[in-house]
Design a protein around this ligand. Structure first.
Ligand SMILES: Cc1ncc(COP(=O)(O)O)c(C=O)c1O
Length: 362
């Protein structure tokens, strides 16, 4: 049948999920209410955050998170270009200007130096992305003196030292898109923060800018996490740690079987516990490697080949000098290849992937 890129399965948990979905369906409480509140409390506790505000998806979590931090029209927000489009899209959608910074192609994350190079007097926020399940060095960005919204969409459960990704900055955006490390049965997301006022503002913004449906104090969104999604996610949340451990074991097995002789392996940030949302190597000819893997029935895919600062919709946000020079981004875009990863990947499949990478390699 071959080796899939995403080796995950909810089959074992489906009986409990369908039971819980039936309970919520019978309850008649579909928007916010006890199921969403319980999930928010459980996720906040697991991450060690004071607040979790469930929203409709990770993209809205970014937009609402930025606005809750006080970012608005005309403000500049420093974002990496080597990321999923939504990171920059959310800044643009609230009227702010995404300003693109480079990454370290080894970790695939921003550094204090790459962020600082993109700073101007109009910079009002930074959005470091914990890409592929690694953790950006958020503490190094503290000294830059503007609010930090972590894009933790790909890194639920990752840690840096003793703290979880999502609790390192002023607020964070999480995604429960089905392929994510904690994925639901559809779209979902959350804003996580320790700041009472930021949480309050995120709650207001997700419900049309009103707490009581009588008085509207902001132009907000209809962006709530569904009670049905919350019920499914409550079943899956206790599995997260075990799944992430299995992902790390797969990464260790790739290294132990000598994959590093055929490609540059992902480099976790120092002190980070990577959660390998994707296992992304670098290779001088990634398309050739992908074709070789395909011949063996192994799925592999390059991500973000055209980085965000080169996307047509972002042209209006570039400076008059044209696209910024982002050599780390260009290198990552040209050389990356995601190999099969997931809690369900077997030892035999890991060996198959490594053997296929070795076959005909120069
Ligand atoms: C880095 C990153 N940011 C933001 C998002 C947006 O999340 P969502 O798809 O839930 O809107 C995603 C996921 O697709 C992502 O990978």
């Amino acid at each position: 049948m071959g080796v899939p890129l995403f080796a995950t399965s909810l089959a074992e948990h489906m009986p409990r999920i369908t039971e819980r979905l039936a309970e919520v369906a019978a309850s008649g409480r579909y928007i916010l209410g006890p199921e969403v509140e319980a999930f928010e409390g459980e996720l906040a506790a697991r991450l060690g955050a004071r607040h979790c505000v469930g929203v409709a998806n990770g993209t809205d979590a970014l937009a609402i998170g930025l606005r809750a931090l006080g970012v608005g029209p005309g403000d500049e927000v420093v974002v990496p270009s080597f990321t999923f489009y939504a990171t920059a899209e959310a800044a643009a959608a609230i009227g702010a200007r995404p300003v693109f910074c480079d990454i370290d192609p080894g970790t695939f994350c921003v550094t204090a130096e790459t962020v600082e190079r993109a700073f101007t007097p109009r910079t009002r926020a930074i959005v470091p992305v914990h890409l592929f399940g690694n953790v950006a060095p958020v503490e190094d960005l503290r000294g830059l003196g503007v609010p930090i919204l972590e894009d933790a969409a790909q890194a639920t459960g990752a840690t840096l030292g003793a703290r979880h990704a999502g609790t390192l900055g002023d607020a964070a955006a999480l995604s429960f898109f089905p392929s994510k490390n904690l994925g639901g049965l559809g779209d979902g997301g959350a804003v996580v923060t320790d700041d009472d006022e930021v949480a309050e503002r995120a709650r207001l913004l997700r419900s049309h800018g009103s707490h009581d449906k009588q008085t509207y104090t902001a132009v907000g969104y209809n962006s709530r996490l569904d009670a049905l999604q919350a019920a499914a996610l409550r079943v899956l949340l206790p599995e997260l740690e075990g799944w992430n451990e299995r992902r790390r074991a797969v990464a260790d097995a790739y290294a132990a079987h000598g994959l590093g002789e055929h490609a540059a392996l992902p480099e976790p940030t120092p002190a980070a516990e990577h959660v390998y949302h994707l296992y992304v190597v670098r290779h001088p000819r990634p398309d050739e490697l992908a074709s070789r893997l395909a011949e063996h029935g192994i799925e592999a895919r390059s991500y973000y080949r055209v980085p965000v600062h080169r996307q047509p919709a972002m042209a209006p946000y570039l400076s008059a000098d044209g696209p910024p020079n982002l050599p780390g981004t260009d290198e990552a875009a040209a050389t990356n290849l995601a190999l099969p990863m997931g809690p369900e990947l077997s030892a035999g499949e890991v060996e198959e992937v490594v053997a296929a990478c070795a076959s005909g390699s120069t």
